[in-house]
Structures are given as structure tokens and as C-alpha cells.
Design a protein around this ligand. Structure first.
Ligand SMILES: [Zn+2]
Length: 188
């Protein structure tokens, strides 16, 4: 799935339990950080601009950050950052695994190439998880799932008075909140 879809799914998951802003941000980040290993795309594009072909994106994406050890490490780090909250640890592991499941479900290429996930990398690098029913990254199914979670995010915002803008900055969220409040969006 795309980072935007991972973002909204992770933020909604972070709001399944009543937690503070820092905890919600950490849990959401656990569902976003796996795609750090896709940063090779930027280097590939820069190299292409200078006339060199590299394949860092294909080589590294879904490898270094899409494994249980990466997910577990950040779940532990975030648990400690948030005052040793077990709920942060568990929900961080959940958003990480939702990311893995969503990638296995809907990330195939336009010519049907299946992404595989070396879940136990680097301990057991040859074990790859995949699913033969994987649909395309650009499929309407991904868009529909993203839209459903966006609606859920709006419902959470309406009744809990928090919005996903909290990840960008507290100031931005305050502006969004005041605007929504002025238009009667929030339910009191
Ligand atoms: Zn991913």
C-alpha cells in the first residue's frame, strides 16, 4: 500500500485506545517507519538524473525495515519513550503488522510481480512471506480501504476532538481544531 494509506490506517489504530498525543504519534510512526527502506528510490532518481542506473529501491525495499526485528525494536523504544506503557508496545506491534499485511495484500506491480516480505531478516533471510492473491498497488481496493479509514478518522475527530494533523505539529492541529469548532464539526 502507499504511505498515505499506511498513515491513515495506523492513526485510526492508534486511536482504538484512549492515549495521549505522544503515544498516538509513536504508534502511528510504527506503521509508517517500515517504508524507510524505500528511500533508495530517491537515490535511484538522483542517479538517473546524472545518467547512472541503480536499483536500490528494488534491492532494499521490503527488506531492512519490513522484518519482525525492526518492528519489535521500535515497539520497545516507543514503549519506553511513552513511560513504559504496555498498550503502546502492543499497538505499535499491531500497526507494524498491519503494514506488513497490507503490503502483502495490495502491493503487486502493474505486470503482476508479487512483493515478498523477508519477515525474519536477517536471522532467516531465505524465508519470504507472500500471498498469491496480492492485488496491484494502484488498485481500487487500496483506495477503498484508504477511504474507509479516512471516514473512521473523521468520526474519531468528531467525537474525540483529535485529528491526524497532530502528527505534523501541535500548532497546525490547533488551527484545524478551531476551524472545525467554528463550523460546528465537533460533537460535544
Ligand atoms: Zn511497506
Amino acid at each position: 500500500m502507499t504511505p498515505g494509506q499506511h498513515f491513515i490506517i495506523s492513526w485510526v489504530t492508534a486511536n482504538t485506545v484512549k492515549l495521549d498525543r505522544k503515544s498516538r504519534i509513536c504508534i502511528t510512526m510504527s506503521g509508517l517507519l517500515p517504508d524507510l527502506d524505500g528511500a533508495g528510490m530517491i537515490i535511484d532518481k538522483i542517479n538517473k538524473y546524472f545518467g547512472t542506473h541503480t536499483g536500490y529501491y528494488e534491492q532494499f525495499h521490503h527488506v531492512y525495515c519490513h522484518n519482525i526485528f525492526f518492528g519489535l525494536s521500535f515497539a520497545i523504544i516507543f514503549c519506553f519513550i511513552c513511560g513504559k506503557r504496555i498498550s503502546v508496545f502492543l499497538l505499535s506491534l499491531l500497526t507494524f503488522h498491519l503494514h506488513i499485511i497490507c503490503d502483502m495484500a495490495g502491493s503487486s506491480g502493474p505486470n503482476g510481480d508479487l512483493w515478498t516480505i523477508p519477515y525474519f531478516y536477517p536471522l532467516l533471510p531465505d524465508i519470504h512471506l507472500t500471498w498469491s492473491g496480492q492485488w496491484e498497488l494502484s488498485s481500487w481496493i487500496n483506495s477503498l480501504i484508504g477511504a474507509i479509514f479516512f471516514v473512521l478518522a473523521l468520526i474519531i475527530a468528531r467525537y474525540r476532538h483529535v485529528t491526524f494533523f497532530e502528527l505534523f505539529s501541535k500548532r497546525v492541529e490547533e488551527v484545524v481544531y478551531e476551524t472545525g469548532k467554528g463550523r460546528g464539526f465537533f460533537k460535544f
